[in-house]
Design a protein around this ligand. Sequence first.
Ligand code: ZN
Length: 222
Amino acid sequence: MRILIDEIMLNQKIKINQNDALIIIDVQNDFCPNGALAVPNGDQIIEPINKTIPLFKHIILSQDWHPKDHKSFASNHKDKNPFQTLSMPYGEQILWPDHCIIGTSGAKFHPALNVNLAQCVIRKGYNREIDSYSTFFENDKISPTGLAGYLRENNIKRIFLVGLAFEYCVGFSAIDGAKLGFEVYLLMDAIGCFRNHDFNNMDNLLTKLNVVTTGTDKLFET
Ligand SMILES: [Zn+2]
């Protein structure tokens, strides 16, 4: 079914209107090559993102933003290494290398990203006790970031997601966006992937929620 939907969507142009928002997720130095938690070729999505930005009236940035004693960092647990998991009160947590620490250059948006037209920046992951993959909720799935309210007050119906990375922050944002009732589109040429064991899991979850995958070249302005 996913293949069928994708084939249809790949040939379908999408007209962008005032009720659409572009959400640019975590395009930060630490997630790009040479960063602390680099997504392979993570910087190659910046050009298609920059080309897409002028099509939208509503542009939102999300920014991973952790205190250095954040509990998602392996360095804050005894005898734990990055990419091991740990059971937290809200569920299983992957332990990451230290990344996107508040105020550091790694937490800054990549310098090539055009951030000038964004009206809203959602920072997430600043609560030391809990991680936040999704731009809508922390990983307990109930603590909101405020993004849903922002979108609703601006009468947004469809959200177009780009950024880093598919398996975590982009994917979980898409899941929450769909569950909250937004129509969700993933612009795959502008989304970086780790291509790890979580890729297929995420793809399957998104298929069940009818999240649409398409590309930036299919969008046009009204
Ligand atoms: Zn993080």
